[in-house]
Design a protein around this ligand. Structure first.
Ligand SMILES: Cc1cc2nc3c(=O)[nH]c(=O)nc-3n(C[C@H](O)[C@H](O)[C@H](O)COP(=O)(O)OP(=O)(O)OC[C@H]3O[C@@H](n4cnc5c(N)ncnc54)[C@H](O)[C@@H]3O)c2cc1C
Length: 409
């Protein structure tokens, strides 16, 4: 057991959220002896402990499907690997369609998802209503359903990677901030931190909603941001018992829900809200979402709320993850890798973490083809050359402007 902080490491990972936490664990498991994880606050204190926990494999792109499926199977095997798990519950997830255009898009997506091996099926309107007796009947034109999708308990996931880090021997340094990279020409040789420098040939930069600032400390432009996302949980009701309520994503409104403690947990982002740190609950927007929820799940109309929270969610302009080498100007930095789950860190986080560890070690990953997922897909204004993932929350779809940036306090 190490008793003092290392000044030399084989790899340093910045950020103790689910992406950085699992990445440090995977690097250690890949055989690196000295892996240091830097977290400027405490493990999970960013987005990762505040999420809704939804794990959806029904992605809008092959990358999303593969990352979701890898993460789902990781959650299923965690207990055998670690003796602890993130609390994954197989609940089943419905994406209902309300227009003919929704149906056409859903059927096309389903063909892509099935071609990648997902067990997903089409539900006719009557079948969808029968599967989901809490939904107001006759509203949909059918939808896609994946019985394997589910949810984790985000604070338990933080506990799970904290345990994984401890038992695997990663050196976790909480309340230590990354302050910059040390380089020799374009080769990374270490990091500077609030507690002094650490020499290391490999560095993985994460940061969730603060990734742009973390990378900015090293002169790397990453066009990601953070924006308010809010979640509420209704009081319990017998109609909302877990066996009666599949998870549902109403894509048209950007509203999703799942069972929680005998009630419904529902979450949403306001697409018109400018990026920035979530300071408080947006009561008027919450009221709008409650109206939409009550239209779709009438029993919720009369229910009080037992929990509400707002937190800052990370996003990328194309709602896709970032996994690739760090770039400053037009130069690639050897030894530095950037990783973001693009606001889907519960459903993609472990897979993004594994892929980032692979890229750091070998430039490539068997988890997903990362060729297109690097920073070089963004132009100078932060616009992506890739199409936006269509199955995502309605986050802002543009790179954050400087005025909307978060501050590192
Ligand atoms: C309300 C809410 C609900 C959500 N629901 C879902 C969901 O249902 N499903 C889903 O898939 N995703 C969901 N998400 C998104 C998911 O939580 C994030 O994508 C994920 O947690 C991001 O993980 P991360 O490790 O990249 O970032 P974080 O968890 O934010 O971790 C980044 C860490 O970096 C640290 N850091 C920052 N600067 C420095 C520095 N200079 N030095 C050292 N450390 C630093 C921060 O303190 C932080 O702990 C939700 C998010 C929110 C806010």
């Amino acid at each position: 057991m190490r008793t003092s902080a290392s000044h030399v490491a084989d790899a340093v990972v910045v950020g103790g959220g689910t992406v950085g936490g699992w990445c440090a664990y995977f690097l250690r498991r890949s055989g690196l002896d000295r892996v240091v994880l830097l977290e400027r606050r405490t493990l999970g204190e960013g987005a990762s402990s505040r999420a809704a926990g939804v794990v959806r494999t029904q992605g809008g792109t092959p990358w999303a499907v593969q990352l979701g499926e890898w993460s789902r199977t990781f959650y299923l095997r965690q207990h055998d690997e670690l003796g602890i798990d993130s609390g994954f519950i197989r609940q089943g997830y419905v994406l209902p369609c309300f227009t003919a255009a929704d149906v056409a898009a859903a059927r096309e997506r389903m063909a892509m998802q099935q071609s990648l091996g997902l067990e997903i099926r089409w539900l006719e309107p009557g079948q969808l209503d029968a599967l989901n007796p809490t939904l107001a009947p006759g509203l949909t034109l059918g939808g896609t359903y994946c019985a394997e999708d589910g949810f984790i308990t985000p604070p338990r996931n933080v506990t799970a990677y904290a345990v994984a880090l401890a038992v695997s021997g990663v050196e976790v340094r909480e309340r230590v901030a990354f302050t910059g990279l040390v380089t020799d020409s374009d080769v990374v040789t270490g990091v500077n931190t609030s507690a002094g420098p650490i020499a290391a040939p490999l560095v993985v930069l994460t940061g969730g909603p603060e990734l742009a600032q973390v990378a900015g400390l090293a002169g790397i432009r990453v066009p990601t941001g953070g924006v308010r996302h809010q979640v509420a949980v209704t009081q319990p009701h017998p109609d909302l018992a877990r066996e009666r309520v599949p998870m549902v994503f109403d894509l048209s409104a950007g509203l999703y829900w799942r069972p929680e403690e005998g009630g419904l947990l529902f979450g949403m982002s306001n697409p018109d809200e400018p990026p920035g740190e979530a300071a408080c609950v947006d009561e008027p927007y919450l009221a709008l979402m409650r109206e939409r929820l009550a239209e779709l799940v009438p029993v919720t109309a009369g229910l009080g709320l037992r929990k509400i929270w707002a937190a800052t969610i990370d996003y990328t302009p194309d709602h896709l993850p970032i996994i690739g080498p760090a770039i400053t100007g037009d130069r690639t930095l050897t030894g530095a890798t950037v990783a973001s789950a693009g606001g889907a860190g519960m459903m993609w986080g472990p897979a993004v973490a594994r892929a980032a560890a692979d890229v750091a070690l070998a430039k490539t990953s068997a988890v997903v083809d990362v060729t297109e997922l690097g920073l070089d897909r963004f132009d100078a204004a932060g616009n992506s050359r890739l199409g936006t993932d269509p199955i995502a929350l309605p986050f802002p779809e543009h790179a954050p402007q400087p005025a909307g940036r978060l501050t590192l306090s």
